[in-house]
Design a protein around this ligand. Structure first.
Ligand SMILES: NC(=O)c1ccc[n+]([C@@H]2O[C@H](COP(=O)([O-])OP(=O)(O)OC[C@H]3O[C@@H](n4cnc5c(N)ncnc54)[C@H](OP(=O)(O)O)[C@@H]3O)[C@@H](O)[C@H]2O)c1
Length: 241
């Protein structure tokens, strides 16, 4: 039987593509979501992937959610921290709530999910933690001080934790997607997309969620054991680090 992989925010967008790709690669996959019951139920039925509802910004609900997944499928060996939100505003207009919501979900959510799973991974001497950050955590983005700070935090988290996991068979890596064709991005005004976004991307198109998913499948595999603490940039050449 394949290893158990848990994908947060797996009901749609990049997370759904990751969950589907991991299932195709013969992992036993569980996905989580937060509030979109209908979308999540459809995703689960269409793909035969069990889905669980909890909010990654709350530590205790993560502990309870993980316990349910492990009772159903067994110990989680691959964790994909993909759940994320944006609450954009220029800094002078940003509210404390917008700051907190984004940091609590995109950064503390990564802690809240990884921390309860870490002791089991250490004991079993195997684990894969794959975090989904963003190009905007690397380069910064006006209107996204909260998001850029949280996503940059995910990169620091990855580097430090990779050093702790290295001796016990756990790799920790982070992927920074650029503009990717999910609902969020496709919902943008067509003119803004064509005239302002696409010209910034040297390959001349959006990324596909499946392109991010293929990186995850590689990082999850036993073949990737020498790759840890890495930041993998997938942005069509928009920001070269
Ligand atoms: N799309 C892009 O261009 C792009 C670029 C760079 C980085 N990223 C990053 O890639 C990841 C996925 O992005 P996406 O565009 O695929 O997002 P999306 O389509 O908006 O989907 C977000 C997923 O996260 C879940 N989620 C949101 N808040 C949550 C919470 N507090 N607890 C648990 N689950 C939660 C959502 O569940 P519900 O629907 O139930 O709320 C949904 O399943 C995010 O971390 C994002 O920051 C995206």
């Amino acid at each position: 039987m394949g290893r158990v992989a848990l994908v947060t925010g797996g009901s749609r967008g990049i997370g759904a593509a990751i969950a589907i790709a991991l299932k195709k690669a013969r992992y036993r996959v569980a996905a989580s979501y937060c509030g979109g019951d209908e979308v999540a139920a459809r995703f689960s039925a269409d793909n035969d992937i069990p889905i669980y509802r909890w909010d990654v910004s709350d530590y205790e609900t993560c502990v309870a959610g993980i316990a349910k997944v492990e009772a159903d499928l067994g110990p989680v060996e691959i964790l994909v921290n993909n759940a994320g939100i944006t609450r954009d505003a220029m800094f002078h207009k940003m509210t404390v709530e917008q700051w907190k919501e984004v940091v609590d979900t995109n950064l503390s959510g990564v802690f809240n999910m990884t921390h309860p799973l870490w002791p089991g991974m250490r004991e079993r001497k195997f684990g894969r933690v794959i975090n989904i950050s963003s190009i905007n955590g690397q380069k910064g983005q006006a209107g996204q001080v909260n998001y850029s700070a949280a996503k940059a935090g995910d990169i620091g988290f990855t580097k430090a934790l990779a050093l702790e996991g290295a001796r016990v068979g756990i790799t920790v890596n982070v992927i920074c997607p650029g503009y990717t064709g999910t609902e969020m991005v496709r919902a943008m005004d067509e003119t803004v997309l064509k005239e302002r976004v696409l010209p910034q991307i040297p390959v001349g198109r959006l990324g596909e969620p499946e392109e991010i998913a293929r990186i995850v499948v590689f990082l999850a595999s036993d073949d990737s054991g020498f790759i840890t603490g890495s930041t993998i940039t997938a942005n069509g050449g928009q920001y070269i680090v």
